[in-house]
Write a protein that binds this ligand. Sequence first.
Ligand SMILES: Cc1cc2nc3c(=O)[nH]c(=O)nc-3n(C[C@H](O)[C@H](O)[C@H](O)COP(=O)(O)OP(=O)(O)OC[C@H]3O[C@@H](n4cnc5c(N)ncnc54)[C@H](O)[C@@H]3O)c2cc1C
Length: 144
Amino acid sequence: MEEGIEFKLLCNPVKILGYNNPDDPRDPKNGFVSGIECIKMELGEPDESGRRSPVEIADSEFVLDVDCVIMSIGTSPNPLIKSTTDGLEVNRRGGIVVDEVTGLTSRDGVFAGGDAVTGAATVILAMGAGKTAAKAIDEYIKAK
Ligand SMILES: Cc1cc2nc3c(=O)[nH]c(=O)nc-3n(C[C@H](O)[C@H](O)[C@H](O)COP(=O)(O)OP(=O)(O)OC[C@H]3O[C@@H](n4cnc5c(N)ncnc54)[C@H](O)[C@@H]3O)c2cc1C
């Protein structure tokens, strides 16, 4: 903000527009980015946890004139895990549901931790979850 960067909050990119001059196939701008279409968002109704997720405002699309787009995207758990593992409970964001104390999932003998549980977080949280699960796995095996 101090450096004059403009933050467009509650605003989602819809598509990247390309420049194309049909009258001049040799126009040097052809094939380059000419703009990005965005749509305005607003906070929807709170879910059961009280969190309000953004929803699109109908017909609020607008175009930003840009000549360069740099992706800085978030991450989410790979849906492959859920789709290939029977009985594995995940939350609505695709994070594996675990017992907070042990890291045990809804499948007996299967433990999880880190970003696959919390969504994109930090190394230190993933390491902590790993230690928690390691201890619980040790106890689980010894109790067998
Ligand atoms: C660009 C970027 C920058 C970041 N910067 C920071 C930072 O500065 N500080 C910080 O604390 N955190 C940072 N993070 C977050 C941090 O990287 C993660 O929170 C952390 O790595 C999560 O650890 P994890 O072990 O849960 O998952 P991961 O590190 O993602 O490890 C999961 C592993 O499982 C493997 N895997 C996936 N599917 C399968 C499969 N089917 N079979 C076998 N293996 C599989 C993957 O290849 C991967 O090696 C950053 C993340 C990103 C993307």
